[in-house]
Every structure is written in C-alpha cells, then in structure tokens.
Ligand binder design. Structure first.
Ligand SMILES: [Zn+2]
Length: 164
C-alpha cells in the first residue's frame, strides 16, 4: 500500500519525531508500506514524518541493487569531513538545493527485529542517511541549503560540473 506523501509546508514535517518504544506488527506493516511508497515515487529514502507518522524511522535504498536499509531510532555516533552536493526531497517536489553534509558518518540504529547495528557510510549513501535523519528532527534540506535551485537551474549546474 502506498501512503500519501506529506508535502512542505505541512507542520508535520517540522516536528521532532518520537522514539520507537516497541516494534509491533503494525510497525512492520508500516515499514513495508514506506518502502513501497518510496519506490513508487522513485525516491532513495523516506522518513516516517513524510507519511504523517511522528516516529524515528527511515527507509533507505540508494540503488536498486542495494539492500533495503531500515533505520529505527538511528543516532549519529561520529562524523568527519564536509561536502556540498545537490539534494531533493519527495516532500518538496521540483526544488533542489546545494547542501553541506558530513563526508563520512558512523550511525547506530535498530532493525525490524530489534537488533542494534553500527554502520559506517560515506559519500552519497552518507548524505541520504543524514537527509533522512534530519527529517526525524523536523529539519528539511531547504533549511540547510546554501543555494536553492529550480529543476532547470539544477540541470544547468550539473552540466557545468561535468564540463569543468
Ligand atoms: Zn526528504
């Protein structure tokens, strides 16, 4: 089942999401539906506030061939470096932005079985995780962007990068 995606400037997107206290049957169904919703919208990540649920949960799949990453109560343990790159968001259609993020992060999170994991991520993967984790604190990429762009401006920016 696909959820409707909550769109900016809905106040739900600005709320601090609540910690998951127990992994229930309902939560498992929600994780499956979140993944379906993300894929249906050609997204690479989706956080629970984006489907109107104020919970610290995100689903991520940077590439079709990657495993699905389900983050429950994720926390950043350490980080290093900084890079600026283009981001977009399913909740803010048609907008792009240049957003500074940590290069490399280590996170701790729980999976749907309630098992705790530590994960190191860098580059694009690290960027997606940070974008989704920001959603759990009510932060959107437009809040952090050093420059906002329309689709045409983004395409032009990418072309200039390639020609450099
Ligand atoms: Zn987003």
């Amino acid at each position: 089942m696909n959820y409707p995606v909550v769109l900016h400037p809905d106040k739900l997107l600005k709320k601090q999401a609540k910690k998951v206290e127990a992994i229930t049957e309902e939560l498992i169904v929600m994780l499956d539906n979140m993944y379906e919703t993300m894929v249906a919208h050609d997204g690479v990540g989706l956080a629970a506030p984006q489907i109107g649920r104020s919970l610290r949960i995100a689903v991520i799949q940077a590439d079709e061939e990657d495993d699905i990453l389900e983050l429950i109560n994720p926390e950043i343990v350490s980080f290093e470096g900084e890079t600026i790159d283009v981001e977009a968001c399913l909740s803010i259609p048609g907008k792009y932005g240049l957003v500074p993020r940590h290069d490399r992060i280590v996170i701790r999170y729980f999976d749907r079985e309630g098992v705790e994991y530590e994960l190191e991520a860098d580059d694009y993967f690290s960027r997606i995780i940070q974008h989704e984790m920001d959603h759990l604190d009510g932060i959107l990429f437009i809040d952090k962007a050093t420059r906002l762009m329309s689709e045409e401006e983004m395409v032009q920016y990418m072309e200039e990068l390639e020609n450099d």
